[in-house]
Design a protein. Structure first.
Length: 269
């Protein structure tokens, strides 16, 4: 009788893996759906670059164009784009998930661990390109013209998006390591050396002393040069190649840190 009863017992059913791409899409979809519900995290990321672009052009254009810069609006547009896309991420939302225990609950499911990070980054890529597009539109409205045409604008947005994507590795590493929202918010300070110790306001040949030395080793110098070449010069394979190498170099560091801290968080959980 016990044997018969045992044979009628329902089988144990567990969750099965949906596949890596499906996991990435699921995490990215959740992150994208949350963006409209958190305008306070997105609107400043658009207002700040527009503000600096308008103020810098209005205050410095005449002075800059008396020197080595012939079109200051075009020269400043890549700087505004860098401000728009750098440091924009779902790292704060990840901290909320960690503190609420939601992240730990995900870890007891069959979801691919790497998808928990890559899904957020996919959403970040869509977000930063969405932020860069209106800034480019403002530049076009103010008279900036791309020597490379429409294709150049798309490449400009693509490279900008890649930069924004690789930089997210830093706040994600902080979020996964600390689970502290204040630490994540303060991680934006890492951006300032990248942004200001470079060719943000003057061409590299106009810089002198220690600033010229730092700018030479700053990857944003080459990123800005590549973006500016699309506007001012046309298709410059050397400038674009150096820009992509700069993005790759920063990405190798930031994404390695993010993956390392993700492994540490998974082990602790």
């Amino acid at each position: 009788m016990s044997t018969a009863a045992g044979s009628l017992a329902p089988p144990v059913v567990g969750a099965r893996r949906a596949g890596f791409l499906a996991d990435v899409a699921s995490v990215a979809g959740r992150a994208l759906r949350a963006i409209p519900r958190e305008p306070e995290a997105v609107v400043p990321a658009l207002i700040v670059p527009v503000f600096f672009f308008v103020v810098n052009v209005g205050a410095l254009q005449e002075l800059a164009e008396q020197g080595p810069v012939t079109d200051f609006k075009a020269f400043q547009l890549p700087v505004a784009i860098i401000f728009a896309v750098t440091g924009v991420s779902r790292a704060s939302a990840l901290v909320t998930d960690i503190q609420s225990g939601y992240f730990d609950r995900l870890l007891v499911t069959p979801v691919h661990r790497l998808a928990l990070l890559l899904g957020l980054m996919v959403a970040d890529l869509a977000l930063v390109i969405g932020l860069a597009a209106p800034v480019v539109g403002l530049g076009l409205a103010l008279g900036v013209r791309f020597e490379t045409g429409l294709v150049g604008i798309l490449v400009f947005l693509g490279i900008s998006g890649l930069w924004g994507l690789v930089f997210t590795g830093f706040p994600y590493a902080v979020a996964l390591k600390t689970g502290n929202p204040a630490a994540v918010n303060s991680s934006f300070i890492l951006f300032f050396p990248f942004a200001f110790l470079t060719t943000a306001f003057l061409p590299k040949e106009a810089l002198t002393g220690w600033l010229a030395t730092i700018a030479t080793y700053n990857p944003v110098t080459y990123l800005l040069a590549g973006l500016r070449s699309l506007i001012l010069e046309g298709w410059d394979a050397t400038a674009l190649g150096q820009a992509l190498l700069a993005v790759a170099a920063v990405g190798a560091v930031s994404l390695s840190l993010a993956l390392f801290t993700l492994q540490g968080r998974v082990r602790r959980a």
